[in-house]
Design a protein around this ligand. Structure first.
Ligand SMILES: [Zn+2]
Length: 140
């Protein structure tokens, strides 16, 4: 039975998929290390659109890579920490650029979502950052 399962997973489920789930966060920040006079040094807010990307092969018998509800469950604590907050006050986000926010979210989710592929942070409708995880060389 186990061998059959392994065979069928190897032969039939080798197609790889990428799923994404998005979350809206309203938050304020300022960027203390932006150049003097830069508008981002001033306190302002964004409706951040955070997209969590997960990859993998289809899992049987469900026929899906992951339950979207599992992504929701992993992200929920972060929503509590980020939504309607002043991001500079969040531990680890004293310089809350979208790049740093994406890496912060990655670090919080990678243990919960082993198939995590990327974190996208959209701070405006025209400006987004995609973080695909630390370089392999940097991983402990
Ligand atoms: Zn900003």
């Amino acid at each position: 039975m186990a061998a059959q399962l392994a065979d069928s997973q190897g032969a039939e489920n080798s197609l790889m998929y990428e799923l994404s789930r998005s979350y809206k966060i309203e938050a304020a920040h300022d960027l203390p290390h932006a150049p003097v006079g830069h508008k981002c040094r001033r306190l302002h807010g964004h409706s951040f659109l955070i997209t969590v990307r997960v990859g993998g092969a289809i899992r049987e018998p469900e026929g899906w890579v992951i339950d979207f509800g599992d992504i929701d469950a992993a992200f929920e604590p972060l929503m509590g920490e980020l939504d309607h907050r002043y991001l500079n006050d969040v531990t680890g986000l004293s310089n809350p650029t979208s790049e740093n926010l994406a890496a912060w979210i990655w670090a919080r989710l990678e243990g919960e979502l082993p198939s995590l592929k990327g974190i996208e942070v959209g701070e405006t409708c025209r400006s987004r950052v995609l973080f695909n995880g630390p370089d392999e060389e940097d991983r402990g």
